[in-house]
Design a protein around this ligand. Sequence first.
Ligand code: ATP
Ligand code: MG
Length: 319
Amino acid sequence: MEILKVKNLKTYFEIGKEKFKAVDDVSFSLNEGESLGLVGESGCGKTTTALSIMRLIPKNGWIADGEILYKGMDLTKKSIEDIRKFRWKEISIIFQGAMNALNPVLTVGEQIKEAILLHEKISVTECKKRVLELFDMVEIDKKRVTRYPHEFSGGMKQRVMIAMALSLKPKIIIGDEPTTALDVMVQAQIFDLIERLKNELNMSMILITHDLSIIAENCQHTAIMYGGKILERGKTNEICEKPMNPYTKLLLESFPDLDKEKHMPSSIPGYPPDLTNPPAGCRFHPRCPIADGICASVEPKPCYISDTHSYSCHKGGAL
Ligand SMILES: Nc1ncnc2c1ncn2[C@@H]1O[C@H](COP(=O)(O)OP(=O)(O)OP(=O)(O)O)[C@@H](O)[C@H]1O
Ligand SMILES: [Mg+2]
């Protein structure tokens, strides 16, 4: 069953006199209990999409159009008071670079406690008990609740952030690059932890990353984002086995194949588009090896090749 549906979302920023179309007509859906990976190069609009869902867009930004349906309710139409009732409780986020946002002068236990008390009317004793339970959940020794952030490793700080994001038992958790800056071993441990908690708490997840191998391991569905748009989406195996958009194909090829001999990820030649003045036609056409006249002039519409798999490209599957 669908728990979240994002329909034709447009989120813009104002920079001076210019309009910057960070998210430009994005649609996807998330099923209950499932994980959706949102992938794309830096600056393509992943975090802005997440912040739009949370209604936490920076002041110079706004949702210009579209719907964000959570259990059928359109969150874009809700007042800030209503939004406060569901933010963190229904939908929560582990922010990009969150572990560096812990307050250095408060113990980690205090910080989680404050986050809970801000949203729930429970006694301090009950809250302390909840903090200890959360520490147990994210596998940190309970004795450490009275320690300060600098006494924690990067991986442990990230566990604290996960505990904080889960403290109100949300139905949807958004992980915005939850393991960036951690080494590969610790990354794997954190993903195992997230996966276990997701199942135990029966949550759905949106996982944001630019690493497709992380998505392949952790998500049933994938959406490929480029220059503020979704170029392809579907079940992760559909996307990996039959990529239709050349960008998806190049992105897949740019990751080292773990089964074959090791090589470093390569990058796709060229640069992402300038979103104050995006290219006409397909946003990827200036970098696409098979683009021709129509790609430069007509924006491709989504084509469905299964109930779940769709792509936007005039040359689908030709690369
Ligand atoms: N407050 C803002 N004002 C103006 N532009 C912004 C603002 N926040 C983000 N942007 C721009 O919007 C675009 C999308 O940013 P966003 O952070 O959503 O990208 P991202 O896909 O999360 O990238 P990354 O992988 O680097 O985290 C970027 O070009 C960014 O510079
Ligand atoms: Mg981001």
